[in-house]
Ligand binder design. Structure first.
Ligand SMILES: [Zn+2]
Length: 115
């Protein structure tokens, strides 16, 4: 079992749970939903408000970076699919061509719907 750490930044309190839990822990003091901190992240002492603020800002920055990377990967994936569809459309008819085009267009629609 590997435990992960969640935290309440208002109370500066952590909750450790198994990594496979389905529900996000709530703060035992104030009852708000905790924020995932991670695995093997040094946790500042409860009295160190500045370090907790820095940790919160670090987690926000990392989350924004992950979102940006996912967005870029989505754009690259969409472009790759569009090129592949264009390439296959230019090919002569053959068995499986239409099925492959249908499959690729569904994937493209799914990616576009997410972004
Ligand atoms: Zn709390």
């Amino acid at each position: 079992m590997s435990n992960r750490t969640w935290g309440c930044f208002d109370c500066r309190k952590t909750v450790r749970r198994d990594s496979f839990i389905e529900e996000t822990p709530i703060c035992p003091d104030c009852g708000v939903t905790c924020i995932y901190i991670g695995y093997q992240i040094p946790i500042p002492p409860r009295r160190d408000q500045k370090a907790w603020s820095e940790l919160r800002e670090q987690l926000r920055s990392e989350a924004m970076l992950r979102q940006e990377v996912a967005r870029i990967r989505g754009v690259k994936g969409r472009h790759a699919l569009e090129h592949e569809i264009t390439r296959i459309e230019a090919m002569s008819e053959n068995p499986g061509r239409q099925a492959l085009l249908t499959q690729l267009r569904k994937q493209l629609a799914y990616i576009k719907a997410r972004n």
